[in-house]
Structure formats: C-alpha cells, structure tokens
Design a protein around this ligand. Structure first.
Ligand code: HEC
Ligand code: HEC
Length: 494
C-alpha cells in the first residue's frame, strides 16, 4: 500500500540517504491508520475508511490491517557458528568478577545479558563501581548488543569516502556544510550533510571492541582492575589460565601487558561471535520476514514510529532492512544533540560547572575545540530497549513513558520537561548557554513551537511503547504465520 500511494522517489545519493526516504509516507500512514482504526477497533474513533486505499492495494491494506507484512524480506542474518576457543575464553572473562578491584563486578554486572547487555533491572541513573562499589559513574552503560556493524568514528557523508582523510580534514570539510537534517524533505541537502557517525561509547571515543574493553576494566569508577600486573596475576590463578597458555603460548604470563591485551582481545571475540549479541530473534524480525503478525496496537505504534507527523522516530532509529537485506539496527549510528534535561541524580552534576558535552568532552578530548559538536551523543539502538531501566546518556529518565513525553513536549510545553527558575523555563539546562544552538530543532518531532499541539497523543505514545516491545529478542511464535512468507531462507551475512 505504501509503495503504491507514495511511489518511491528515484534513489538519491547513497550512504546516508536511506534514513530519509520514508516508505511509509505521511499520507500513506494517515490512510493506513484510518483503515486500521476502522477495521480493527471500533466505533469510539469515527471509522472513516478511505475507499481509495482499498482500491489501490487491497491485499496490502488487508495484510497490514491483520497485522501482517505484505512485503516480507529474506533477511541476511549473521551466521551462527560455534564459539572459537578464544571467544570461549572471552566468555569466561566477561563474567569473571575476580578481575575487578572490588572482586564483585564483571562486565556482565553493567551489561546484563538478560537486559540486552545494558544495565540490569533496578539500576539507578549511573552504575556504582570502584574498589567498594561506591563510586558513581558518569553515564549509564549502553547496550553491548548489535554493535557488530558499527563503523569507525568519522565525520562525513559516508565511511567509504572518509577512509583516506584524517579527522582534522573531515572537520574542516564539515565546517562549510549545512546542519544535518533528517526530514524526509531534506534529500537535496544530503550531499553536503557531513555529520559525526560511528564509533563506540556515548561519544564515539573508541573504535574497536578490544580498545573499548580496556576502558571499563581499568576505569576507577568501573571495574577498577588496577594494573596489568594485577590483572595478569589474577588470571594466572584462574581455571582458565591453562587456556591462555594453550592459545597464546607457554611464555604468555612472562608479560603482564600481553596477558591483558589477549584478555581484551578474547572478550572482544566473544562479543563479536556469540549469537546473543546479535540474535535478531525479536517479534519485529519475525514480522519483517513475514513470520509474525503485529497486534493492532503494535501496528499502530509501528506506523506512529514512522509517521513524520507523529513520532518520526525512524528518521534516526532506522527500522527498515538495508538494501542488501541486513536487518535494521534502530540507529543511524549518528550523533545528535537532543538537549535532554540535566539529571540531578548524577553526583558529578552537583557541580554546576560540570557538563557532559558528549563529542566535545570531557571524556573525549580530540574534538574539544569543535564546539559545534558540543552536546551531541550517539543515537542508541532501540532493540531490547524496553528492558532498559535508564534512558539517554545521562540516565535522566527511568521509564519509556518519560522518554516519549520528552519527545512530545520538549518544544510545545517545555515547562513539563525542564525546571523553572524565576518564572523562566530553563530549556536545555544540561548544556551551557553557548552550546544550546547545537540542539536539534529541525527534525520532527522537534520542529514545533511553544503552544502548538504535541506531535503525539497519549494513545500514540502508548502504541509506540507497545511497538518497542516487539524489538525484544527471544520472541517465540504463538500464532500462525501470515499467508505470504518470505520465500527464501536467510542467507549468511558473511
Ligand atoms: C560499572 C559498570 C561497567 C562495567 C563493570 C563495565 N562497563 Fe562497559 N560501559 C559502562 C558505561 C557507563 C559505558 C558508557 C561509557 C561512556 O559512554 O563514556 C560502557 C560502555 C561500554 C561499551 C561501548 C558500548 C557502545 O554501545 O558503544 C562496551 C563495548 C563496553 N562497555 C564493554 C565492557 C566490557 C567488555 C566490560 C568488562 C571488561 C565492561 N564494559 C564493564 C559501564 C560498565
Ligand atoms: C533526530 C534524531 C532522533 C529522533 C527523531 C528520535 N531519536 Fe531517540 N535518540 C536519538 C539520540 C541522539 C538519542 C541519545 C540522546 C542522548 O542520550 O542525549 C536517542 C535516545 C533514545 C532513547 C534512549 C535509549 C537508551 O539506550 O538510552 C529512546 C528510548 C529513544 N531515543 C526513542 C525514540 C523514540 C520512541 C522516538 C520517536 C518518538 C525517537 N527516539 C526519535 C535520536 C533520535
């Protein structure tokens, strides 16, 4: 239906364009929502089924109205092979609390496999670490899942063209470029949209999982493992010490730095190889392949998630398979300043002069003079997001309803989101005044003026949250498959 109502425009420039092309255009969404409203629910909303929608593509409309996917895709999913010996060792290290200074914390303590490798249920805004597990961190742990396609950090239109430029050259190129907008209408600007993208951590300061793991292991507010000497001595006493010798040679324990490096390498292999880090076993993945039906509420949420006039979430949290059938990761892996409110529950924020500016510091230092990036953070995946106990880079919110309220009311009723002082709403209070212009006020739903109607109704928000639940891994099928199944089995991603 969408395809017929909104014939896809000629494919625009590659790389960063897919997130702007919306196969569910606003018109199609409105028609479909009306159709769904009339078909599946009832009379409380006036069902005005536009006959044109049915005439145009009755089969698609019916399939959507029944919760099915009229255009199933044979997804290219990562191939599941048994873990290599190095990855098996990495698994033991990932769960080993002995490595930490406290003796009580492993990677899994902050990256809980049952919570999409994010913070475990009941976590506060930030995790406690250090020698007595009493030192507060600065940011909540992101999910470790679905990082397998993450590119290196770069600034530019796409990673291929960036390969031969260094960061300084990329910044220079980006300075002349227009601000990135993700609206469907902005395809013409695409060529000059140079935006920060890729990398790991909320600020992209590491590029590889191996490089990354050294951070938390030795970070004094995290595992606080001390020196490589200490880590090597502990490993030498563990049952898996023999695996180190077997894999890395009889002399490996002569050099503590090598032991640590191999340990980090092994953990990274575990994160890359273990299928639980990229399971793609959610109901939505099944739906994409034509093997599941969404409930009416999930379908409404899916439409609102894609609707430029409602959530417009899919502009940044990409929800379509790529052209080569890779499953969507629900992030465009780009950086944005959303201006989320300051979180008084982070101890560091007790100092009014402390600001977490993301790309331009304090943890990342190479871009500290590039103030146009101050306040920007990596767009996180939304897979398994309903299992997270905290949201955004400062963990200011603890429920998805609060997150949705932020998106709906930030601009139209900012007094609901930010504190008020002297009768003035302190909008974007977690950024110094000089950097507030970096905040995105272009992309829907952030393009509204004070007093205008919010982009989403309370019902839209509940529906979107219901849709987000379909992104949780471990879905098992309880209902019959839709009529039109994907015809070919998923091919290995290679
Ligand atoms: C005390 C909690 C804590 C522990 C323990 C911990 N981490 Fe983290 N992890 C974090 C936080 C907080 C961040 C985000 C930090 C930032 O963005 O500055 C993070 C980020 C990451 C990331 C980047 C994820 C992304 O989406 O960019 C990876 C990978 C990671 N940690 C791996 C590990 C590994 C491997 C271990 C064990 C060696 C570990 N972590 C132990 C808290 C923790
Ligand atoms: C303009 C791009 C953009 C749009 C549109 C957008 N997001 Fe986000 N989203 C982000 C960025 C960037 C972050 C991280 C911001 C931060 O932490 O400061 C984020 C964070 C989140 C988080 C927190 C995830 C976590 O791991 O902490 C949730 C949940 C979320 N978005 C849901 C949505 C929903 C639902 C919509 C639609 C109503 C939406 N987003 C629209 C860019 C966007």
């Amino acid at each position: 239906m969408a395809a017929l109502l909104n014939p896809p425009a000629a494919p625009a420039a590659p790389a960063r364009t897919p997130r702007r092309r919306r196969w569910l255009g606003a018109g199609a969404v409105a028609l479909l929502a009306a159709t769904l409203g009339g078909f599946a629910w009832g009379m409380h909303e006036q069902p005005s089924i536009p006959p044109i929608a049915w005439l145009l593509h009755p089969v698609d409309s019916f399939t959507y109205a029944l919760g099915g996917n009229p255009h199933p895709v044979a997804l290219h999913l990562p191939q599941n092979a048994p873990l290599s010996a190095v990855a098996q060792l990495g698994k033991q290290l990932f769960f080993d609390t002995a490595l930490s200074g406290s003796g009580k914390q492993s990677c899994a303590s902050c990256h809980d496999p049952a919570a999409g490798y994010g913070p475990p249920p009941g976590s506060g805004s930030v995790m406690l670490g250090g020698p007595a597990l009493q030192t507060a961190g600065f940011r909540p742990p992101p999910s470790l899942a679905y990082l397998y396609r993450q590119q290196n950090f770069s600034i530019g239109p796409d990673n291929d063209t960036n390969e031969n430029s260094n960061l300084t050259q990329l910044i220079q190129a980006a300075q002349g470029a227009a601000r990135a907008t993700k609206t469907a209408a902005s395809t013409a600007q695409t060529a000059q949209n140079l935006v920060p993208q890729g990398g790991l951590f909320w600020d992209g300061r590491a590029n590889t999982l191996q490089q990354q793991a050294a951070g938390p292991l030795f970070n004094p507010v995290e595992m606080d493992a001390g020196s490589p000497e200490r880590v090597a001595a502990i490993i030498a006493r563990q049952p898996y010490a023999k695996d180190f010798v077997q894999l890395f040679g009889p002399n490996v324990f002569d050099d503590p730095k090598q032991v640590t490096a191999e340990a980090l390498f092994a953990i990274a292999r575990y994160e890359v190889e273990d299928p639980s880090f990229h399971a793609f076993s959610s109901k939505f993945d099944a739906w994409l392949q034509g093997k599941a039906r969404l409930t009416p509420q999930q379908m409404r949420g899916y439409l609102a998630f894609n609707d430029v006039n409602k959530g417009d979430c899919a502009a940044c949290h990409l929800d379509r398979p790529t052209r080569d059938h890779l499953p969507p990761l629900f992030t465009d892996t780009q950086y944005e300043a959303l201006g989320v409110p300051r979180n008084p529950h982070i101890p560091a924020n007790a100092d009014p002069r402390y600001f977490d500016l993301g790309l331009c510091g304090p943890f990342r230092t190479d871009l500290k003079d590039q103030t146009q990036y101050c306040g920007m953070f990596l767009t996180p995946t939304l897979r398994n997001v309903t299992r997270r106990p905290v949201f955004f880079h400062n963990g200011v919110y603890h429920s998805l309803q609060q997150v949705l309220d932020f998106y709906a009311f930030r601009d139209v009723q900012p007094e609901r989101i930010y504190p008020t002082a002297d009768d003035r709403v302190r909008k974007f209070d977690d950024l110094p005044a000089a950097y507030r212009a970096n905040v995105d006020v272009t992309d829907p739903p952030f393009n509204r003026k004070p007093g205008e109607a919010p982009a989403m109704s309370a019902q839209d928000m509940r529906d979107i949250i219901a849709f987000l639940r379909t992104l949780n891994d471990g879905w098992t099928k309880r209902q019959a498959p839709t009529a039109r199944q994907a015809s070919t089995p998923p091919a290995p991603a290679g």
